[in-house]
Each structure stands twice: as structure tokens, then as C-alpha cells.
Design a protein around this ligand. Structure first.
Ligand SMILES: Cc1ncc(COP(=O)(O)O)c(C=O)c1O
Length: 372
């Protein structure tokens, strides 16, 4: 049955990749039949230790609302060598929850949010919900989606936004901003009184590996108004459990915590997160395998004559002419890709690397669908 209620633009939900379960049901398809190239998670799955940890959780008990063990594991394994205090981290029910929380704190009617576009849709939705006006500064395809830093800094000074949202590396383009550029941007935001939020959900997928992160910036220049977001749902493949964290000054983190509901991170997510963070062998072997497949996959896409845009991550944009059509055709072949129309890129699909026999199937299908 179709939904009889008409939605106003404000009520529209953000478009994402991943399964649209209603659509699959309408098409008579089951999620287990579909190869999903539309999400950017580690395709080799989560650590077996995470599943074992979940089985041990006392589900009748409330979880630790302070996430002590989880934050300890984040400090030890994700932020090692950075010398950050425990109080500089807060955990969220996915990075998405933290995006919405930060927007609620720093934005209100009458304020502005700058978004370095095209990018992840939740920044816009969360900023709009907080009542802010949106200023989107789209990077041009002709510049291979590298943001125009001079124009961006100029607008920030001019508009004095409450928040500047930057996704680095960026979804969907895979562009990774250089350290010097980050520093300039952070300085401009600081002088303009804006909080710079840098979403590093995909930093582990940067290829060749990232030699810095925005956390270095935070450490080297402690006065900057900067908040870094990380997700554990991508590299650790825990999407269903919802798990992310934010790093900033203890003062700012206290404000974020005060705006989060108690027990926002479930006991299952905390236990799985701790176990996954400790299993470095699984993380490193799967990501090493992914790096090899990325190279082979990207080379094969180019050899097939597909128009691929440069990316520093394991996902990339393909200019296929009519993204909506290509997505539908591929879905009928049980292959799911991300139609990038919602990013303002109606010619592009986004595809993420999967294992060799899986991307081989996508390549074969793309050869037929895109040429036809
Ligand atoms: C850039 C970016 N940030 C955050 C998220 C959401 O992450 P989480 O699953 O931790 O809520 C996504 C999910 O696609 C994303 O692409």
C-alpha cells in the first residue's frame, strides 16, 4: 500500500545509499540477494569478536551512560599518541546523532550554516531543523570537486555562520583536503566565530593512508573552535549497531553531552565497539585487502572506458549520464549503487569497492547498462 500522506519539503527525509526496504519489497527482492555498492562500509564485515561480545551482553541491564570502556578503547586504539584527555570524547548513537546534536547547540533561527558541498545530506537536514539558513558552497566538477578555499574563506568571513560543515575525506567525491588547507580554514572559522565541524567518518579509507587528521590540528592549535566526528560504522562495519564519537575541547564536549539523552549508546553497541576496536588484526587485514581491491577495481573501471572521477577513498563517482536509470537497471540485476541526484549530481553514481568476484559482477553489468 502506498503512503497517502503528502510530505512538505521540510518533512522530506534525507536521501541515503543502502537498502530502501520498502522499494525492495515492492520489487519482490530480498536484501540478502543484493550486492550493495551504495554504502561505503568495510565489505569484509565486522570482527568476529564483536559478535561474541554482543552475545555476552546482559540485555536486561541499562548500559553505561558514560561509555567508560568504549571511550577508553577509543583513546587507546583510535587516538593513541595524541595525548587527548578522556573528557575530550563523547560517544553517539552513530555519528548522525552527534551531527544533529551539534547543530542543535550551535544553530538557531537567525543563524547560518555553511556547507562545503556536494556532501553528506544530514548536515543540511540537521541545520535546517535547528532553524538555520543554509549556505551551500558547491565544489565544481571541473575542479575535480576540490573546494575553492579562497572563495570559501571569503564567504565564511562575510556570512559569520554558527557552523561550517566539512566532510574530509568527502562523501560522495572522495576528495581529501590537505593539512595546510585545513589549517587555513580552521583559522578563518575561528576568527569568524564559527565552529568548524570536520567529519572524518572515512579517514581510514584514505589511500595512500592519511599522514595527518584534523585531530593533529586540534592538538597543535588548542585554541581553535574545532570538533571532529568519527564513525565506527564504516571501517568497523557496525552500521546496524549505530556508533560514532566526537572529539573536541572538554568544555565543548560537556555541552554536547548535556544535549544527548541518557543511555544514547546501547549496551550492544558499546560491547561490540570495544571488542572491534581491540581487534586490530581484523581491522588491518580487512583494510589491506580492501586497498588491493580498490586499486584493481578502479583500474578495471577505467579500462572499461567508464568515466571515473578521482577519489582518495575506496568509493568513487562514475559519470554515467543518467544516474537514476542506471541505478534502476542495476537493481533489477540485484546490484545496488548510489544515485547521486540528491547531491545535485544527476549524471553520477557512487560505487564502493567490494571483493573481487563482487566488483567483477558490477563491472560486467555496468559495461552493458552504461553503453546501452
Ligand atoms: C560522511 C558521513 N558522516 C556520517 C555518516 C553517518 O555515520 P553513522 O553511521 O555513524 O551515523 C555517514 C553515513 O553514510 C557519512 O557518509
Amino acid at each position: 500500500m502506498t503512503d497517502p500522506i503528502l510530505h512538505t519539503p521540510e518533512e522530506e527525509r534525507v536521501v541515503h545509499g543502502a537498502f530502501d526496504y520498502g522499494e525492495l519489497a515492492r520489487l519482490g527482492l530480498h536484501p540478502s540477494e543484493i550486492l550493495d555498492f551504495s554504502v561505503n562500509c568495510n565489505p569484509y564485515g565486522s570482527s568476529p569478536a564483536a559478535r561474541e561480545a554482543i552475545a555476552q551482553v546482559a540485555i536486561e541491564r541499562y548500559p553505561d551512560r558514560e561509555c567508560w570502556q568504549l571511550r577508553q578503547a577509543v583513546l587507546e586504539h583510535e587516538l593513541a599518541g595524541l595525548d587527548l584527555p578522556f573528557s575530550s570524547i563523547v560517544c553517539g548513537n552513530g555519528t548522525s546523532e552527534l551531527i544533529w546534536t551539534v547543530a542543535r547547540i550551535f544553530l538557531a533561527p537567525g543563524t547560518k550554516a555553511v556547507i562545503v558541498a556536494p556532501t553528506f545530506g544530514e548536515y543540511r537536514a540537521a541545520s535546517l531543523a535547528a532553524g538555520a539558513a543554509i549556505i551551500e558552497l558547491p565544489a565544481e566538477e571541473e575542479r575535480q570537486f576540490q573546494p575553492d578555499l579562497t572563495a570559501l574563506r571569503f564567504r565564511i568571513v562575510q556570512e559569520k555562520p554558527g557552523i561550517v560543515w566539512l566532510c574530509n575525506p568527502n562523501n560522495p567525491t572522495g576528495v581529501w583536503m590537505e593539512y595546510e588547507q585545513l589549517f587555513l580554514l580552521a583559522n578563518t572559522c575561528h576568527s569568524a566565530g564559527a565552529l568548524l565541524v570536520i567529519d572524518e567518518s572515512y579517514w581510514r579509507f584514505v589511500t595512500p593512508p592519511a599522514t595527518y587528521t584534523a585531530l593533529n590540528l586540534m592538538q597543535e592549535h588548542s585554541g581553535l573552535s574545532l570538533l571532529v566526528l568519527r564513525s565506527l560504522t564504516k571501517d568497523f562495519a557496525l552500521a546496524s549497531l549505530r556508533l560514532g564519537y566526537a572529539v573536541s575541547s572538554p568544555k565543548l564536549i560537556r555541552r554536547v553531552r548535556a544535549q544527548l539523552p541518557s543511555w544514547n549508546v546501547s549496551g550492544l553497541a558499546q560491547a561490540a565497539g570495544v571488542a572491534a576496536l581491540r581487534d586490530r588484526v581484523h581491522l588491518h587485514t580487512t583494510l589491506a585487502a580492501l586497498t588491493c581491491q580498490r586499486q584493481a577495481f578502479f583500474a578495471a573501471l577505467q579500462e572499461a572506458g567508464l568515466h571515473m572521477l578521482p577519489s582518495r577513498t575506496h568509493f568513487c563517482l562514475l559519470d554515467v549520464g543518467d544516474a537514476r536509470f542506471v541505478r534502476q537497471e542495476l537493481l533489477m540485476q540485484r546490484l545496488l549503487v548510489r544515485d547521486c541526484t540528491s547531491f545535485g549530481l544527476s549524471r553520477c553514481i557512487r560505487v564502493a569497492t567490494r571483493s573481487a568476484h563482487e566488483w567483477g559482477q558490477l563491472l560486467q553489468a555496468l559495461r552493458e547498462v552504461v553503453k546501452s
